[in-house]
Write a protein that binds this ligand. Structure first.
Ligand code: NOJ
Ligand code: CA
Length: 527
């Protein structure tokens, strides 16, 4: 955990999430790729993050943005080649950036060779034992489980059997009771560790193990496919593999669990290193609620000696400038994406700036989702015909899906596609001309300048990163804490300005601050 060099890097890392398809286009076809990332590594080095997490880059029919993997040991030709990935890992390392990649162990693509073999081999075959194939109940699926993307979690194949898919019908779930699956993924981990990756973000980390009796679920039942006890032994074996490599390789879990102390059990010393704190992401804009979620998170992590990992946005949720720009409910839930609710972007931006300073000041690690450093918001008016997320089609359009947070980044220039190939795969709004990395890079009042300054200070100040905080009481509408040595954080959620407490220096502020701190503004003080 701690060594002669200080605490392990992942305990305080700032990790930048690259959604490759939408980050930067290197070959001009309008789709982001590895060449594009390689050309933009300096953007990330200048930003001041410690690591990059790449969403899946494997060969895939791209039914679910690459989370439908056809081959876990190669790169999709749309993105590049394995040799380019190796070069990218090396070039990132040269800049002091670590590399985390996504692993998707819950399911694969229907184009994976094992699924093709299962279809060909027929009922009762060992090939089908790698998945969950079952006869139906009459004409009905084997049970009442629902896909997280809408509709039944079962699809029937021509010989009459059904297979389970908790996501789209093109993402069959693996049967982790089959030892072959375990061996396969252990080998995949080694394949990429051998190529120098510093860690894995584990997709649907809570979902691999299913209750093999596949019972119907009724409201209030314990889930038969999430947070089952058998998962812990899988991650213990993964941890042994990670620990067998030099240089602190890490395992990060994606888990949307209702109970934080259950999630923390995966972070015991011989399991995963960290997991995303989604309770923080979904928290409504309210001082008391933030204080509560931060306290609960720190307590749950302390119990197992793990660092918290704060996240405001990712490729699955409405961008937080938009969420915080809503007047009523500023929280987030998949069940109710609040698409089309009026948004005040100026308000959302002000709050997003304050939230950035909060996230950067909290104990532990933090994530930046590409474009968040530019202050981008959710694009809600994508024409239906251009929407690619299977959520949109599987819910019959009731849920607009996640395309709106995946719009390609604006790099430079005064009109779309803003140096993203010759035409970006999803349309960018023309007002993004003021939000390009180039424009913001030279504007000291931009979101990019704020992130750069915050990340630089976070690196420099001994009080920030790993460690502890102490709450300070400055009234109901103010979130305030100190960290040692000599650091104080304040965020004013209340409707009126709050006087600044005694301090030696204003280190950084999310907006104009005088001797008082205005509404929706955060400040870092040297105390
Ligand atoms: C979580 C990923 O973040 C999301 O994008 C994906 O659709 C699901 N897991 C299924 O793999
Ligand atoms: Ca491309």
């Amino acid at each position: 955990m701690t060594s002669a060099q200080g605490p392990a890097w992942w305990r305080s890392a700032a990790i930048y999430q690259v959604y490759i398809r939408s980050f930067a286009d290197g070959n001009g076809d309008g789709i982001g790729d590895l060449a594009g990332v390689r050309a933009r590594l300096d953007h990330l080095a200048e930003l001041g993050v410690d690591a990059i997490w790449f969403t899946p880059w494997y060969p895939s029919p791209m039914d679910d943005g690459g989370y439908d993997v056809a081959d876990f040991r190669d790169i999709d030709p749309l993105f590049g080649t394995l040799a380019e990935a190796e070069a990218l890992i090396a070039e990132a390392h040269e800049r002091g950036l670590r590399v985390i990649i996504d692993i998707v162990p819950n399911h694969c693509s229907d184009e994976h060779r094992w699924f093709a073999a299962a279809l060909a081999a027929g009922p009762g075959s060992p090939e089908r034992q790698r998945f969950w194939f079952r006869p139906g109940r009459g004409d009905e699926p084997p049970n009442n489980w629902r896909s997280r993307f809408g509709g039944s979690a079962w699809t029937q194949v021509p010989d009459g059997e059904w297979y389970l898919h908790l996501y789209s019908s093109r993402q069959p779930d693996f049967n982790w009771d089959n030892p072959e699956i375990r061996t396969e993924f252990e080998d995949v981990l080694r394949f990429w560790f051998d190529r120098g990756v510093d860690g894995f973000r584990i997709d649907v980390a809570d979902g691999l193990v299913k209750d093999p009796s596949l019972p119907d679920v009724e409201p209030g039942d314990e889930s038969p496919f999430s947070d089952l006890e058998g998962l812990h032994e899988i991650y213990r074996s993964w941890r042994k593999i990670a620990d067998s490599y030099p240089g602190e390789r890490v395992l990060v879990g994606e888990m949307w669990l209702p109970d934080m102390s259950r999630a923390a059990r995966y972070l015991r010393q011989d399991e995963l290193h960290s997991a995303f704190n989604f309770d923080f992401l979904v928290c409504p804009w309210d001082a008391g609620k933030f204080r509560d979620v931060i306290s609960r998170t720190l307590r749950a992590h302390d119990e197992v000696g793990a660092p918290a990992a704060w996240v405001l946005s990712n490729h699955d949720v409405t961008r937080h400038v938009t969420r915080y720009g809503r007047s009523g409910d500023t929280g987030f839930s998949f069940a109710d994406r609040l698409h089309g609710t009026p948004v005040d972007l100026a308000l959302g931006t002000r709050r997003a700036r304050a939230a950035a300073l909060l996230t950067l000041a909290l104990p532990g690690g933090m994530y930046v989702y590409q474009g968040e450093e530019l202050g981008l918001w959710e694009i809600e008016d994508i024409p239906d015909a251009l929407r690619e997320d299977p959520v949109f089609a599987r819910t019959g359009g009731a849920d607009p899906g996640r395309d709106g947070c995946r719009v390609p980044l604006p790099w430079s220039g005064s009109a779309p596609p803003f140096d993203f190939g010759s035409s970006a795969w999803l349309p960018q709004p023309s007002v993004w001309s003021s939000y390009t990395a180039a424009a913001e890079g030279t504007d000291p009042s931009s979101m990019l300048s704020l992130y750069r300054a915050g990340l630089r200070l976070r690196e420099k100040l001994p009080a920030l990163g790993a460690g502890e905080l102490s709450w300070v009481s400055l009234g109901d509408g103010v979130l305030a804490f100190t960290r040692e040595p000599g650091f104080m954080f304040l965020l004013n959620f209340s409707a009126s300005p709050v006087p600044l407490p005694p301090h030696r220096e204003i280190l950084l502020a999310s907006g104009p601050v005088t001797d008082s701190i205005p509404t929706d503004t955060a400040v870092w003080l040297r105390s």
